[in-house]
Design a protein around this ligand. Structure first.
Ligand code: SAM
Length: 232
């Protein structure tokens, strides 16, 4: 059974897409998409040998070799122009890694119309990358599964400023998510309440430490987040 998190991602893949799932691990996501006729074809990219073998053997077990090409490589390097990939999923990694995969493969994105990104943490780094590279967030989702909270960001090429409103601090919207901060559902509150408690704990620790420039900086950052949390 496909994880709820991955199943949710598949709902944002346009029908008949040519998909690239980067960091595919067991290739569960592309397999589900082919099985349910969501995509025409898929490429499962993996950088590590173990997951690559796992992906190859699951694709073989389903006899989907003609629909899913499992390729070894770093990020978007596995893609060729002739693949005509129009949708990319990158899930289950940190926001910094996802942003660096996008940044290193920028020139592979021209034909792509939709990115579906699911960071395990630091979604703000992805939002910042999208904002600076003309990718417009079109949807955000926050969900909880087995005690973990996940965010899914869906972006299309276009006016990256569009989802951000002028009467609210931009940095704060990038941090919380322009859609999520408006919606404020119970998972959103749960996530940020957890973070808030952690910030308070760290701040208390730092208050005991000797003041250095780095500590002063960290404390003022935490105070900013705490203030934002209270405003939200
Ligand atoms: N996408 C799956 C999911 O969400 O369940 C698997 C997530 S798994 C935690 C992350 C996978 O990304 C690992 O299999 C890892 O080898 C792969 N990975 C990490 N960096 C990568 C990169 N630069 N290019 C391709 N794959 C990468």
């Amino acid at each position: 059974k496909l994880a709820e998190r991955l199943k949710e991602i598949t709902t944002y893949i346009p029908k008949d897409s040519i998909l690239a799932d980067i960091g595919s691990d067991h290739a569960y996501l592309p397999i589900y998409c082919v099985k349910n006729k969501i995509v025409k074809k898929a490429i499962a990219g993996e950088v590590a040998d173990g997951p690559l073998l796992a992906a190859k053997s699951s694709v073989k077990a389903y006899q989907f070799e003609q629909f899913i090409d499992v390729r070894k490589g770093d990020g978007l390097a596995v893609l060729k122009e002739t693949d005509s990939v129009d949708c990319i999923t990158i899930a289950g990694m940190g926001g910094a890694l996802i942003s660096s995969i996008l940044d290193n493969g920028k020139e592979k994105l021209h034909q792509v119309s939709r990115l579906i990104l699911q960071p395990n943490l630091a979604a703000d780094q992805i939002r910042l990358w999208l904002l600076n590279h003309n990718w417009k967030l079109v949807k955000e989702k926050i969900l909880e599964e087995d005690g973990h909270i996940y965010e899914i960001l869906v972006a299309e090429q276009g006016d990256s400023e569009a989802p951000y409103c002028n009467d609210e601090d931009k940095e704060k919207q990038v941090f919380f998510g322009p859609f999520l901060i408006k919606e404020k559902n119970h998972v959103f509150y749960k996530k940020w309440k957890r973070e808030y408690n952690e910030w308070l704990r760290v701040l208390e620790e730092l208050d005991k430490a000797k003041e250095t420039v780095a500590i002063i900086r960290k404390k003022s950052e935490l105070k900013k987040y705490i203030q934002w949390y209270k405003e939200v």
